[in-house]
Design a protein around this ligand. Structure first.
Ligand code: DX5
Ligand code: ZN
Length: 228
């Protein structure tokens, strides 16, 4: 399959917009994915929730596989699950391009990140809003993306937590001083206004669910976040 929209070699100076499928109409998933790609999405963000790590259940590898088979867009897969190590291979096999795991989950973080890269995928590490940047620093040379959650994960449509901006700035400073080049992604309550604040702090990958899929004009919403 021709993987249109797949951008494996991006860098952190590039603004990347990743609409979150969680805010899409689940009765028409294939059409919703195509709508996001046509509207200018760079990546598609897939929120996997197990009802244990977070208080919600979304979807698993079968949906990731179906999305991958329906569209070539780059799949940014966010695992909000307690045992990412146990389920990892299923998401790799399903066609994820980048897999993000939480530092707070119950696994050997370094080992899981290594397995993601060994499989030829990009590896991401996520921090909940309350988790300090120090928890991620030991893994900086093992990641392609650092996700700073800007809401407590579990649900779409929550309000952006301004206090996370300081952690984003610290992450960008540490990245520069230590010579790393991973993306900094933000997720939760992102629209054109909050994206501007996040970009100013050093984030370049903007996950946006409600503000894209539920906008009257998705292309205009994505453009606004890109230009913010
Ligand atoms: C929250 C998820 C987000 C969510 C964002 O737990 O990780 O990706 O879909 O939704 P919005 O953009 O509506 O806040
Ligand atoms: Zn997410």
């Amino acid at each position: 399959m021709v993987r249109i929209g797949c951008v494996p070699k991006t860098n952190f100076h590039q603004r990347i917009i990743a609409p979150s499928l969680l805010a899409a109409d689940f009765s028409r998933i294939g059409e919703e994915v195509a709508r996001a790609a046509t509207a200018g999405a760079d990546w598609l963000h897939l929120d996997v929730m197990d009802g244990h790590f977070v208080d919600n259940i979304s979807f698993g590898p079968a949906i990731v596989r179906a999305v991958n088979e329906s569209n070539g867009i780059f799949l940014d897969t966010h695992l909000m699950i307690s045992r990412p190590d146990h389920y990892l291979q299923r998401f790799i096999d399903a066609g994820a391009d980048l897999i993000t795991v939480h530092v707070e989950a119950d696994h050997d973080v370094g080992k899981t990140l290594q397995r993601i890269r060994d499989a030829g995928l990009q590896a991401g590490l996520a921090l909940n809003p309350d988790t300090p940047i120090e928890r991620a620093v030991p893994f900086f040379d093992q990641i392609d993306l650092l996700l700073c959650m800007t809401v407590v994960p579990g649900f779409g449509g929550q309000a952006f937590m301004t206090e996370v901006l300081e952690k984003i700035s610290m992450a960008a400073e540490l990245r520069a001083s230590e010579g790393h080049s991973f993306h900094i992604e933000v997720d939760g309550g992102i629209d054109a206004v909050t994206a501007a604040a996040c970009a100013a702090a050093g984030a370049n990958v903007m996950v946006a669910g409600s503000s894209t899929f539920r906008a009257p004009n998705m292309a205009a919403a994505i453009r606004a976040i890109r230009e913010a």
